[in-house]
Write a protein that binds this ligand. Structure first.
Ligand code: ATP
Ligand code: MG
Ligand code: MG
Ligand code: MG
Length: 433
């Protein structure tokens, strides 16, 4: 993409309303614009990152055996009356009335919709287990939308739902998601720690929040230091027994604030980490909470009806954009991990109009592939170009000017380390391949 054509209205000034660094940088780097409180328009740069994050989530869900589908944003209130949540949900639910005076709502989550699909489609235990997911916009009328996309009112969530015959197999579905989440966040360059979370009336130990440590996070974290250094599982067999792996992770103390056990934590001594964090995912087994009132049953092996056991598994896709920036930035701007970067390389032309520089840039642009490169071909001061490129945080920069070309070199800069090298254009290409 040529920057002269790209829609990238970066801001020089730091917007006064933004309280945390990710919000400031997302506005300055022209990733989003606020439309109304907690509601954002995603501009091309922000949208590109959002799509890359979404794709990682999708790949890891699919790998774990979940199947993608798409449920509506606007839901019928009827189903929520059946589950009993229509009144309970309160003011966080955006309620809408259609022209026939029917009560509708903008979905804050989708347990009711998926349970309804399930009960009308699956009849036999032979069709279990099933894990279904979608990546869809949600709306929650948060009391205090803030921190940009981190606590929006409209936000993009991946939500998966599992259906099993009994608690034992439901635990396997839960474990599949647990491991998929470890891998998902690690692929985005994040350290996300699974914390024991509240299970509500059903009890048990099957609820974990995945939290990324950050001083600006809204959650309290208490965990064993060793969790911060644990290696992420590779080459997982999702059909095999995942319990030992999950036990390895959950055996170390880690609790969300509501689950924090001060006495137990005290025994950790210096190994106890107490910090702030951002909730980027939440997995939850809730048994028959929805399947019972909504009548989601299958015929069991003995011919008797069985109410299915369910779980739900959320990832805050749009929140992750902010969380990654909180975890990866410096005074000059964002530092994208390669896996989610909107472009791989920023190509900077230091002298627009100079024939040799234009030719070298054009050749690099073609060879690197226009989809992977943002080519700053604007007639601007070098300083302004450097500042913009650092701000938007592409992993690599290739800086091309007449002086370097005179010596047969271009400059290759790594955004994360700041390391610069003068090398030939061919070597730069080889390095960026
Ligand atoms: P929070 O504690 O931050 O309010 P939650 O516990 O209400 O989140 P869940 O119902 O567990 O959220 O939803 C799954 C995921 O959706 C969360 O882990 C989070 O990453 C994301 N999420 C929830 N609310 C928001 C929001 N208002 N804006 C952006 N992402 C959100
Ligand atoms: Mg909430
Ligand atoms: Mg929460
Ligand atoms: Mg939660």
């Amino acid at each position: 993409m040529r920057l002269s054509r790209y829609f990238l209205p970066t801001l020089k000034e730091t917007p006064a309303e933004a309280q945390i660094v990710s919000h400031r940088l997302m506005l300055r780097a022209a990733m989003v614009r606020q439309h109304a409180a907690g509601i954002y328009t995603w501009l091309p740069l922000g949208f590109a990152v959002l799509k890359r994050i979404e794709q990682i989530v999708r790949e890891e869900q699919n790998r774990a055996g979940a199947q993608e589908m798409l449920m509506p944003t606007i839901q019928s209130a009827e189903l929520w009356r059946e589950s009993g949540r229509y009144d309970d949900y309160g003011k966080e639910m955006l309620r809408v009335t259609d022209r026939h005076a029917r009560d509708m709502l903008y979905g804050p989550t989708a347990e009711e919709v998926i349970t309804d699909v399930f009960r009308t489609s699956i009849r036999s235990y032979k069709d279990l287990p099933k894990v279904l997911y979608h990546i869809q916009w949600k709306f929650r009328d948060e009391v205090r939308p803030r921190f940009g996309v981190m606590r929006g009112r409209e936000f993009l969530m991946k939500d998966a739902y599992s259906f099993d015959l009994d608690t034992a197999t439901a635990r396997h579905s839960y474990n599949q998601m647990f491991v998929a989440y470890l891998r998902t966040f690690a692929r985005m360059g994040l350290k996300a720690i699974p914390l024991r979370a509240e299970t509500g009336p059903i009890g048990g130990d099957l609820s974990h929040e995945f939290i990324v440590l950050a001083d600006t996070g809204e959650s309290e974290v208490h965990c064993h230091r060793a969790l911060l250094e644990k290696a992420i599982p590779e080459g997982v067999d999702y059909d095999g027994d995942l319990q030992p792996l999950v036990d390895e992770w959950t055996g170390l103390y880690a609790a969300a604030d509501e689950m924090h056990d001060v006495t137990k934590a005290a025994t950790l001594g210096d190994d106890l980490v107490t910090a702030r964090g951002i909730e980027v995912g939440h997995i939850f087994h809730f048994g028959t909470k929805y399947s019972a009132p909504m009548g989601a049953t299958v015929t069991g092996p003995d011919g008797e009806p069985v109410t299915v056991a369910m779980g739900s598994y959320g990832v805050g896709v749009s929140r992750l954009v902010g969380a990654i920036i909180e975890a990866s930035h410096d005074d000059h701007g964002i530092i994208w991990p390669e896996s989610v970067a909107p472009f791989h390389v920023g190509l900077i032309n230091l002298k627009v109009g100079d024939a040799a520089t234009e030719a070298a840039c054009a050749a690099l642009y073609e060879s690197l592939g226009p989809d992977r490169v943002l080519y700053d071909d604007r007639d601007e001061r070098a300083g302004a170009k450097f500042a913009d490129m650092d701000l938007i945080g592409l992993p690599w920069q290739v800086i091309v000017g007449p002086k370097g070309l005179g010596k047969g070199v271009v400059e290759l800069k790594n955004r994360a380390t700041g390391a610069r090298e003068e090398i030939s254009a061919e070597s730069a290409l080889a390095r960026l391949a």
